[in-house]
Design a protein around this ligand. Sequence first.
Ligand code: C2E
Ligand code: MG
Ligand code: MG
Ligand code: MG
Length: 294
Amino acid sequence: TAKRNGRNHCQRFRPALDVQDSPQLGLVSELRHALATGGQLELHYQPQYRLDDDSMAGLEALLRWRHPRDGMISPGDFIPLAERHGLMAALGNYVIDQALAQLAHWRGQGMPEVPVWINISAMQLFQGDLEAALATGLARHGLPAGRLGLELTESVLLDERAGDVAPRLEALRDRGHPVAIDDFGTGYSSLGYLKHLPLDKLKLDRAFVHALPDDQADAAIVVAVLAMAKGLGLQVVAEGVETPAQADFLRAAGCELVQGFLYARPLTVEALEAHWQARSSAGPHAGSARGVPE
Ligand code: C2E
Ligand code: MG
Ligand code: MG
Ligand code: MG
């Protein structure tokens, strides 16, 4: 890693050369430190629900950085930084291990045995050994691959640096990992990949959900995506469901799964366990979980 640390050393000895970037480099070394010590990085979990019976179908693990000075930093801010500075493989491996450790911890505690879905960045496909990290983690925690779903965006599939994604994805799915396309519909890619890639789910981007049910164009797109997915044998998860009217439209249109603030925000482990208990004692129609302020 001597080479990767090189830019940091430049910052220390010649700060004036990179004024624009130096606050970021400070954050990069703090992120490196957070990764090494582990304590500041945590996964929050957002439940996905079935629209037909309101049961919980899965959890998405979303990374958070509890920065000692700056407070909670969202992944939209530090993941691009990790990608630019060679930390994404390590960060990705941390997420894999944390999610599996959490699943192992929940085992036998009466939690629904639903899969946890993690987000995979393009960098993980070409920087690190994703396959090995997954296999090692599953073995260490004694879990089957079916419990850990992988979410990839269309842009990951298009990223040339990630090499030929299809055979690697196929190998991961053959081992039992469910695979989803995240932010579906925003990647400007040809639909042809849907024919060739081994997939289980499409996650309809919240951009198409936001203006439902009134926006005619979005309504038409959603109906068309649902019909296409059905024909291809893929499940659809609608992302960013915030209102009952959106949920009603999606249910009527035949969408199977939903995720969004209407049901639950991404929750700390503690808040999720409380949400779980409230639902199991009050029945599945219990109210939504507000989660932690972000
Ligand atoms: P994503 O995978 O598409 O995750 C969904 C994002 O939508 C999350 O933002 C979530 O908090 C937010 N969200 C969920 N429901 C609603 C809703 O009803 N309304 C609105 N407005 N937003 C909603 P978050 O947690 O800030 O994550 C942003 C992105 O960062 C994720 O998008 C994902 O691409 C990336 N990310 C998060 N964790 C990881 C990780 O562990 N690894 C990688 N590679 N990327 C991650
Ligand atoms: Mg995702
Ligand atoms: Mg998404
Ligand atoms: Mg996204």
